[in-house]
Design a protein around this ligand. Structure first.
Ligand code: NAD
Length: 340
């Protein structure tokens, strides 16, 4: 952790506008599961033709049903959805699927060897100009690109689920990813209306999921210890740090918690005690049988009356309302997220 940080990457998208999408007419979505469907919906709504490659025999039905589910959210974001699936097709052969595309967004299973195999084929078959991005949520591009002849072409474009809705895309270059590819990826996601953030160092799990994981670890521990139920813990989060973090992250929050002197005072006043007393006492749970049984039965009690699709629709509506209030909804005309 002593190396010099790389030069500052762009923290927020420029107003690249949809003109930046002009060179992206065709996309290949590799893996049409949860993330693939969401990316496909957003790409299609932005006027990019999409070909889906996925070995599941029922993939066409799954993707079409998934797109039907997310269409209301796309429409609520102000994106055109009347002819959403006109530019959609399916291709079972991976090499053929990527042969004439401008971007490949890979969303296959989270297994290194499989991703290496998929990317080997993509590299041999995709046009030289195509932007090559993987949605992996934890595997470094350096590892996936190990067997590639041109590792400089691959970059992680990690969305936060669901990609059609949540602004963040973490762009994580591998050791050999070229700066030009990083910049192209940043401009592409910004033009889609996302808020791309380039990481300065490759680290497993990237940033958003490491943060989420740290909080979830303590959440599981608190529920397993019987301090609160799952529902009570969720209520505590949405009524406090959830709301707060939508308008200012942990550092801004504690800067404001430090009074007129800001973060330095916070660290002296509360931070040091937090580090010595609280951090060592944080939970370190495991998913043993008892913990899993507790979590599963409480989830059934708290959320079991509705299907996941119903719960997701409610979440999406609330998420869009919140994004609108914060000026975070993408502008269908300019591409980039409009910030207040
Ligand atoms: N689910 C999330 O919250 C989330 C968020 C961000 C990123 N991701 C990442 O996105 C990727 C996909 O995750 P998901 O949640 O959509 O998984 P998923 O299981 O819903 O979808 C994976 C799809 O890949 C298909 N597949 C299997 N073998 C394949 C192959 N050889 N070629 C092409 N497709 C193949 C499967 O049939 C399946 O439809 C993973 O790398 C994951 O880490 C997931």
């Amino acid at each position: 952790m002593t190396s010099t940080p790389a030069p500052a990457p762009a923290a927020t998208p420029g107003r690249d506008g949809t003109a930046a999408l002009d060179s992206y007419r065709r996309a290949a979505i590799i893996g049409g599961g949860v993330i693939g469907i969401s990316w496909a919906g957003l790409f299609l709504a932005r006027g990019i033709d999409v070909v889906i490659n996925d070995p599941r025999p029922d993939i066409e039905d799954l993707v079409r049903a998934g797109l039907d589910e997310i269409t209301p959210a796309l429409a609520a974001l102000g994106l055109p959805t009347d002819h959403l699936t006109d530019g959609l097709r399916f291709e079972a052969d991976l090499a053929t699927a990527v042969a004439d595309v401008d971007i490949v967004q890979e969303n296959g299973p989270e297994r290194l060897e499989l991703k290496q195999q998929i990317w080997g084929t993509i590299e041999r078959s995709a046009p030289a100009h195509a932007l090559l991005a993987t949605s992996t949520s934890s595997i470094p591009a350096t590892a996936i690109a190990e067997a590639l002849r041109h590792p400089e072409r691959l970059v992680v474009g990690h969305p936060f689920n669901p990609p059609h809705l949540v602004p963040l895309v973490e762009i994580v270059p591998g050791r050999q990813t070229s700066p030009a590819v990083v910049e192209r990826a940043r401009a592409f996601y910004a033009a889609l209306g996302k808020r791309p953030q380039v990481l300065r160092k490759e680290i497993p799990g990237f940033v958003a999921n490491r943060l989420q994981s740290a909080l979830f670890r303590e959440a599981v521990s608190l529920v397993a210890q019987g301090v609160v139920t799952e529902q009570e813990l969720d209520d505590i989060v949405t009524a406090s740090i959830g709301l707060r973090w939508a308008v200012g992250g942990p550092f801004r929050t504690f800067h404001l918690g430090g009074g007129p002197e800001g973060l330095p005072h916070f660290i002296e006043h509360l931070g040091r005690a937090m580090a010595t007393d609280m951090w060592p006492a944080l939970g370190n749970p495991t998913f043993d049988d008892t913990t899993v049984a507790t979590l599963v039965s409480q989830a059934r009690e708290a959320f079991g009356d509705d299907t996941v699709a119903q719960l997701a629709a409610v979440r999406d509506r609330a998420q869009i309302a919140l994004m609108r209030a914060l000026g975070e909804t993408p502008d269908a005309n300019s591409g980039s997220a409009e910030r207040a």
